[in-house]
Design a protein around this ligand. Structure first.
Ligand SMILES: Nc1nc2c(c(=O)[nH]1)N[C@H]1C(S)=C(S)[C@@H](COP(=O)(O)O)O[C@H]1N2
Ligand SMILES: [Mo]
Length: 322
C-alpha cells in the first residue's frame, strides 16, 4: 500500500465528502486481473494502446452518459485512482508510480511563476493552499491510450494564480514544468525522454474556469503517484496535458515545446483535445474503457465539456490542430 497522508488542513472539512461516502455511493466492480494485464502493455502511446479499439457497432456501448455536471455516481475507486497511474518519472508501467513514488520529497515545495508577467513570484506550496479558494471538482479523466476515470479532485482555479502574477499583453501561452530530481525519480535515469516533463496551454485555456491546479483527491492530500503536491487538471484534454508535480510555470509568447509533442509530434499535438472523431495515428479514439467497468463507452467530444469549452476553438480546424 502507498504511504497515506493526512487530509489537507487548509480545506474546510465541511467541503469534503468523507471517503466512506464515496465508497458507498456506487458498487465498485473489481477488474484487478484486467488492470494487471493492461499494465504490461500500456504506455502513453510509446507502446500499443491499453486495449484494442472498438472495431464495429457490434460492441456498441450500453449506457448513455449523464450530463457533465452529474458524475457523483460514476466515481472511480480510490484504489484504482492511486494504483493505476502514468507518471513516467517513476517507471513505464501503470503500477510503477504507486510502487516507486513514495520516496518523493514533496515538502518543502515551491512553484516559481515567471516570464511575461508584471509580478513574478515564487510561491511556497502552503501559500497556494491558503491564498486561493479551494474547491472540489469531479471530472472525467481520459487518457490518450483509451481508458478513463472519474476523479473527485480538490484544488483551485489556475486563473487565480495567473491573475496574481499579472501576465503582460505579450503573454500568449503558459508553460509548465515538472520537478527533475533523478535521486528520487528513478525513471529519469533510464527512460530516454526529453526531461523534464513539460506541458503547455494557450493563455485562454489556462484561464478557463475548468482548469485547476489540484492539491488532493477524495478529500485527501495528493499522493506522489498522482502528482503531489500540485498538478494540473485540464479535463477536456487527454490526460498527458495534466502535468504532475509542478515546480515552474512560465508565461511565454510562443507555443511552448511539450514532452510528448517533442517525442512524437505526429501522434501528440499541442492541443490534444479529447475528440472521438480524430483518431490517434495508431488507434481509434471513438470509445474508451472506464477503469472499473466492463465493456467500452463512447468517447465524448471535449470529454463531455463541449458546452463549456467549444467556444475556445471557434473557427479552428480540430483535425489539423490535434
Ligand atoms: N510529470 C508527469 N506528468 C504526467 C505524466 C507523466 O508521465 N509525468 N503522465 C500523464 C498522463 S499520460 C496521464 S493519463 C495522467 C495520469 O494521471 P493520474 O495517474 O493521476 O490518473 O498524468 C499525466 N501527467
Ligand atoms: Mo495518459
Amino acid at each position: 500500500m502507498p504511504k497515506t497522508y493526512q487530509p489537507s488542513e487548509k480545506i474546510p472539512s465541511s467541503e469534503i465528502t468523507p471517503e466512506k461516502h464515496y465508497y458507498t455511493r456506487r458498487q465498485f466492480i473489481k477488474l484487478a486481473a484486467a488492470a494487471a494485464a493492461t499494465a504490461a502493455l500500456a504506455a502513453c502511446g510509446v507502446r500499443p494502446p491499453e486495449s484494442d479499439p472498438l472495431p464495429s457497432s457490434s460492441q456498441a456501448p450500453s449506457a448513455s452518459p449523464p450530463p457533465a455536471g452529474d458524475l457523483s455516481q460514476e466515481l472511480t475507486s480510490y484504489e484504482d485512482v492511486t494504483t493505476f497511474n502514468n507518471f513516467y518519472e517513476f517507471g513505464l508501467d501503470k503500477g510503477d508510480p504507486a510502487k516507486n513514488a513514495g520516496q518523493l520529497k514533496t515538502s518543502p515545495w515551491t512553484v516559481e511563476v515567471y516570464g511575461l508577467v508584471n509580478r513574478p513570484r515564487t510561491f511556497a506550496f502552503e501559500d497556494l493552499l491558503s491564498s486561493y479558494t479551494q474547491e472540489e471538482r469531479i471530472y472525467r479523466m481520459r487518457c490518450v491510450e483509451g481508458w478513463s476515470m472519474v476523479i473527485p479532485w480538490q484544488g483551485f482555479t489556475l486563473s487565480q494564480l495567473l491573475k496574481a502574477v499579472e501576465p503582460t499583453a505579450e503573454a500568449k501561452y503558459v508553460r509548465f514544468e515538472t520537478l527533475y530530481r533523478p535521486e528520487e525519480m528513478p525513471g529519469l535515469n533510464y527512460n530516454g525522454f526529453p526531461w523534464p516533463y513539460q506541458e503547455g496551454l494557450r493563455l485562454d485555456e489556462a484561464m478557463h474556469n475548468l482548469t485547476i491546479l489540484s492539491t488532493g483527491l477524495y478529500g485527501k492530500t495528493l499522493l506522489p503517484q498522482n502528482g503531489a503536491p500540485l498538478r494540473l487538471v485540464v479535463p477536456w484534454k487527454y490526460g498527458f496535458k495534466s502535468i504532475k508535480s509542478i515546480v515552474k510555470i512560465e508565461l511565454v509568447a510562443e507555443q511552448p515545446a511539450t514532452l510528448w509533442n517533442t517525442t512524437a509530434p505526429r501522434e501528440y499535438g499541442f492541443y490534444s483535445n479529447v475528440n472521438p472523431d480524430v483518431p490517434h495515428p495508431r488507434w481509434s479514439q471513438a470509445s474508451e474503457r472506464r477503469i472499473g467497468e466492463g465493456g467500452r463507452r463512447p468517447t465524448l467530444l471535449f470529454n463531455g465539456y463541449e458546452k463549456e469549452v467549444a467556444g475556445l476553438y471557434a473557427g479552428m480546424d480540430l483535425r489539423s490542430n490535434y
